[in-house]
Design a protein around this ligand. Structure first.
Ligand SMILES: Nc1ncnc2c1ncn2[C@@H]1O[C@H](COP(=O)(O)OP(=O)(O)OP(=O)(O)O)[C@@H](O)[C@H]1O
Ligand SMILES: [Mg+2]
Length: 91
């Protein structure tokens, strides 16, 4: 399953939602969180704690995505058309 968390508005809980979804999915099967936001919040949170799933940024997505059963993609607020196109395609 691939889930993209997106919103035009900032600060509405995208990253929080992405992390919680990834925790839930990881309990079922190997899950990857792709941090597609240049502010790298999810990557920062992953560095601070012991998240039970792998977090990478979008530049590494092609390398890692095929190895995972579930993928959650966190995105920046106000995504550009191209961002939406690429995340809705998966990676
Ligand atoms: N369900 C919730 N209830 C209350 N507070 C929440 C909830 N989800 C997120 N928050 C809080 O709202 C703030 C913004 O959350 P978050 O960083 O996940 O938003 P975001 O949409 O990813 O922001 P950005 O657009 O900057 O990436 C954080 O302080 C977070 O703890
Ligand atoms: Mg965020």
């Amino acid at each position: 399953m691939i889930i993209t968390v997106a919103s035009f508005k900032g600060g509405v809980g995208k990253t929080t939602t992405a992390v919680h979804l990834a925790v839930y999915l990881q309990a079922k099967d190997e899950t990857l969180l792709i941090d597609g936001d240049p502010n790298r919040s999810a990557s920062g949170w992953a560095k601070r704690g012991d998240l039970p799933f792998k977090v990478i940024d979008e530049r590494q997505a092609a390398k890692f995505a095929p190895k995972y059963q579930h993928i959650v993609i966190d995105t920046q607020a106000r995504p550009q058309q191209e961002d939406l196109r690429s995340t809705s395609r998966g990676v």
